[in-house]
Design a protein around this ligand. Structure first.
Ligand code: TYD
Length: 214
């Protein structure tokens, strides 16, 4: 089973992913946490190009292809083997980030992105996707606090440096996807305090696991 988390900058995915893993482990499931971009050694090198604020002139198509390259390597080396061995994989960002950031927000043709996703994913698709939703002002404030206190790298701030309207479009993009595919997406209000976000996610996860008889 593949669980993914999506959301704008500062939505708290990284914190919540650990709660999901802890809950699944308590239930006796074997699970692994990973992230995109940068879930492999090669992916880590691609990540440093993608998030470097000096690379703000990167062409949207070049950006798209780098995310795709990262994902190909990640699925081959890490995600597919883990799924094959029966583990639950929890991934911080996945293919929906590409649709929303490179497609809806940067304006790369959506059909091209769908075709590329098909080629890259080879059938590895999320079973459930949590969208951590909150106003971008709040998300960016949280992200910059983390950058300023050193818990997030200043070398990876290319997206945080985008204008507010960019992040508003990202948020809208996620909500649009969620409307289109309500069976897979679960939208969580991430503007409230961490414990309430955790409760909401774990509640939905429990319902999902019951449906899957897990
Ligand atoms: P990261 O530091 O992991 O951000 P966060 O903690 O908010 O998840 O940076 C990942 C950035 O890459 C994020 O701004 C979104 C962007 N991204 C894309 O534009 N397309 C993609 O396909 C993926 C996976 C990420």
């Amino acid at each position: 089973m593949l669980i993914t988390l999506e959301g704008i900058e500062g939505s708290g995915k990284t914190t919540q992913i650990n709660y999901i893993a802890a809950h699944l482990k308590d239930l006796g499931h074997e699970c692994v946490i990973t992230k995109e971009p940068g879930g492999t050694v090669i992916g880590g090198k691609i990540r440093s190009i993608l998030l470097d604020p000096e690379n703000k002139s990167i062409d949207p198509l070049a950006e798209l292809l780098l995310y795709a390259a990262d994902r190909v390597q990640h699925i081959k080396e890490f995600i597919a083997p883990a799924l094959e061995s029966g583990k639950i994989v929890i991934c911080d960002r996945f293919c929906d980030s590409t649709t929303v950031y490179q497609g809806f927000t940067r304006g790369v043709d959506i059909d091209l992105i769908h075709q590329l996703n098909k080629l890259v994913l080879k059938g590895v698709e999320p079973d459930i996707t949590f969208i951590l939703d909150l106003p971008p002002e709040l998300g960016l404030e949280r992200a910059w606090n983390q950058i300023n206190n050193g818990s997030r790298s200043v070398m990876e701030t290319r997206f945080e440096k985008e204008k507010l309207c960019f992040h508003e479009n990202v948020r809208k993009g996620y909500l649009k996807l969620a409307k289109k595919e309500p069976d897979r997406f679960v939208v969580i209000d991430a503007s409230v305090e961490e414990a309430l976000v955790r409760e909401a996610i774990i509640g939905k996860l429990k319902e999902f696991l019951i449906l899957r008889k897990m």
